[in-house]
Design a protein around this ligand. Structure first.
Ligand code: NAP
Length: 183
């Protein structure tokens, strides 16, 4: 069974978005997202990023599809013609995972939001790790990160992760990794 990991930046009040956009501007955190979701051990492979319709269209037009990764958009209302060539449309997360099951060109699979997709992801037995950037500040938000199931435990971050509290534009934040306990 193929697994995936989830990546998210969350404010102190559990917010992740406002009006289709991120509530904050933290350039180094966006670079961390990009680096982490692109990283493969086999240079001949690439990763997949799976996201909801609103997250996809929330990415500035010039920056989507997210480069060097297979973009998969989850939607029941879009049609393939609404998305550029190379972007895959699936009705839900499990269909996307079934599509990737036999694809040996894809090394890692990342679920990148938004709210309902994160909830479906954390409920799935395929969910391996949660890469969470904890932003140590409250922001006005209209989209929130769901409650993390108790089966996830904090583990050491990947070796190239900047350790401890980071700071940009007066905003403090920290990179955390949680892993699902195996029974
Ligand atoms: N801070 C972060 O790390 C982060 C990450 C991602 C997004 N965001 C922010 O979050 C906001 C967008 O997230 P969102 O939650 O509003 O929308 P979203 O999850 O990106 O998109 C929702 C749409 O995705 C489709 N979908 C497919 N499977 C789904 C499922 N299991 N659950 C829910 N929807 C599913 C549906 O499309 P149809 O209606 O077409 O069927 C649904 O209307 C933006 O503000 C964005 O900037 C923040």
């Amino acid at each position: 069974m193929r697994r995936f990991s989830l990546i998210v930046a969350v404010s102190e009040n559990s917010g992740i978005g406002i009006e289709g956009d991120l509530p904050w501007r933290i350039r180094s955190e966006l670079k961390y997202f990009s680096r982490t979701t692109k990283r493969t051990s086999d240079p001949g492979k690439r990763n997949a990023v799976i996201m909801g319709r609103k997250t996809y269209f929330g990415v500035p037009e010039s920056k989507r599809p997210l480069p060097d990764r297979l973009n998969i958009v989850l939607s029941t209302t879009l049609q393939p013609k609404d998305l550029p060539e190379g972007v895959k449309l699936c009705p839900n997360l499990e269909t996307a995972m079934k599509h990737l099951e036999g694809d040996n060109e894809i090394e890692n699979i990342w679920v990148v939001g938004g709210s309902g997709v994160y909830a479906e992801a954390m409920d799935s037995e395929r969910c391996h790790r949660l890469y969470i950037t904890r932003i140590h500040k409250k922001f006005e938000c209209d989209t929130f990160f769901p409650k993390i199931p108790e089966s996830f435990r904090e583990v050491a971050p990947d070796p190239d992760t900047p350790p401890g509290i980071q700071e940009e534009n007066g905003i403090e934040y920290e990179y955390k990794v949680l892993e699902k306990e195996t029974k």
